[in-house]
Design a protein around this ligand. Structure first.
Ligand SMILES: Cc1ncc(COP(=O)(O)O)c(C=O)c1O
Length: 427
């Protein structure tokens, strides 16, 4: 999604800054791409944790994309957006390593397929009298995320049941009167497509070898992890080769099972990353001077911070930045650090996982200009917080015909105080 200066300036005037702007067109393009590579027996889910807005969930519903939810409230949000409960078919999947809050209750009340990541969860289901199908999340022993802290497979990953323990888990499920209908693994968005391809093939081989343990199996999920190129949006790696790869994996798995199996994938990032930008205003431009402690820098101070978009502060993630001059003027390019309003030195958008300040060559803005943080749709608003009691920024939805819709308003102090109570606790 490329920023349209006039639109952004008018919107900033109307809803204030910072704000999130979604492009329905970009989202629909990505949905269509994923649909194309998941034909014939391959079902795509949306990992809704990446962007749980009802509007986005409704788009997924209309397109026939199923849901991977990771909490009780995510399941309820999916139901609220008209995704059906039940297991025939299991449109909503609940994936977790721990039942928290209302999750077990929501699973039971809505007949949602639980994708369990630990034997303890099977015990909890059994104790609640659950007798239906279960999916088991497997740690296949390999795979990695876009950064180390997103490692989703291997000895250092907390996710899933270690693959060599599956025989015991399979017996536990049967003893509890349940049956395993799906095996699942998510091996993460490695930075390179080649690695994703290798890992998916390897995963399919590993699952094929495990099939004899699971006679009631109906589906295998290869997880999410289709990478998005944040650094160069014009150089997205083509999705097309995944079509043949998914088909090959399914053929292999069906042959090994001696029956038809559904193969699933559940991307989050790829669906939504490019469909949303975070628009912020430059409050001030100021500098530090080089001295014995280090290099001086020019800071563009903006009104968005890591309470809005945490990925750079959390993972050192890169987001493309565009400058929208408020007066249509020219701006000369200079190395700039873009930093936010929070009382935190790490509130910097131009950084990586090793360095706090990675100045970027950008048109040097003046106060009042807008700065656009691009590709912010995945783990953007979804990970925003109320730290510093600022309140979440509004989300705006743009249709291809130019229609705009406010899909969440700016949070106010009363939103922040809503859960505060003064109630005696009697033990
Ligand atoms: C179980 C599961 N599935 C799918 C995803 C989506 O991954 P991505 O957004 O990289 O496609 C995640 C992300 O962490 C996940 O944990």
């Amino acid at each position: 999604m490329q920023p349209d200066s006039a639109l952004l300036l008018s919107l900033a005037q109307k809803v204030g800054t910072p704000f999130w702007l979604y492009s329905a067109e970009t989202l629909r393009q990505r949905i269509a791409e994923v649909k194309h590579v998941t034909a014939d027996g391959i079902q795509a889910r949306f990992a809704m944790k990446s962007c749980p807005a009802t509007k986005v969930l409704s788009e997924m519903h209309e397109a026939g994309i199923w849901i991977d939810a990771v909490s009780g409230n995510e399941m309820l949000r999916a139901l609220h957006a008209s995704h059906p409960g039940g297991q025939t078919p299991p449109v909503i999947l609940y994936t977790s390593d721990v039942f928290r809050d209302n999750a077990l209750q929501v699973v039971l009340e809505n007949g949602i397929l639980p994708n369990v990541g630990s034997p303890g969860m099977i015990e909890q289901l059994a104790a609640a009298g659950y007798k239906g199908g279960v999916s088991i999340r497997v740690n296949p022993g390999f795979g990695h995320g876009h950064v180390n802290s997103c490692d989703t497979g291997g000895p250092s990953s907390k996710h899933g049941v270690w693959f060599q323990d599956l025989a015991v888990t399979a017996e536990q499920v049967v003893a509890a009167g349940m049956h395993v209908v799906m095996l699942h693994a998510h091996i993460g968005s490695g930075p390179r497509h080649a690695e994703l391809h290798e890992n998916l093939e390897r995963l399919a081989d590993e699952f094929a070898a495990l099939l004899p343990l699971f006679p009631a199996l109906e589906a295998i999920s290869l997880g999410g992890g289709i990478p998005h190129n944040y650094k160069d949006s014009s150089a997205q790696i083509p999705l097309e080769p995944l079509k043949a790869l998914f088909a090959r994996c399914r053929e292999k798995l069906c042959a090994a099972a001696g029956k038809s199996l559904r193969v699933e994938i559940e991307p989050g990032r790829y669906f939504v990353a490019s469909s949303c930008m975070l628009v912020t205003r430059v409050a001030e431009v100021k500098s530090t001077q080089t001295n014995e402690k280090g290099q001086g820098a020019t800071f563009a101070m903006v009104d968005a911070g890591f309470v809005d978009l945490v990925r750079p502060a959390m993972y050192g993630s890169y987001h493309g930045i565009s400058v929208v001059p408020h007066d249509g003027g020219e701006r000369s390019v200079a190395p700039i650090v873009v930093a936010g309003p929070l009382c935190e030195s790490g509130d910097v958008f131009t950084r990586d996982d090793a360095e706090l300040l990675v100045p970027r060559d950008l048109p040097l803005p003046v106060p009042g200009d807008l700065l656009v943080l691009r590709d912010a749709g995945a783990y953007g608003y979804a990970m925003s917080s109320n730290y510093n009691s600022i309140g979440r920024a509004p989300q705006v939805w743009l249709e291809p015909d130019g229609t705009l819709e406010l899909i969440s308003r700016r949070e106010t102090l009363s939103d922040l105080l809503k859960a505060e109570v003064s109630e005696p606790v009697h033990l």
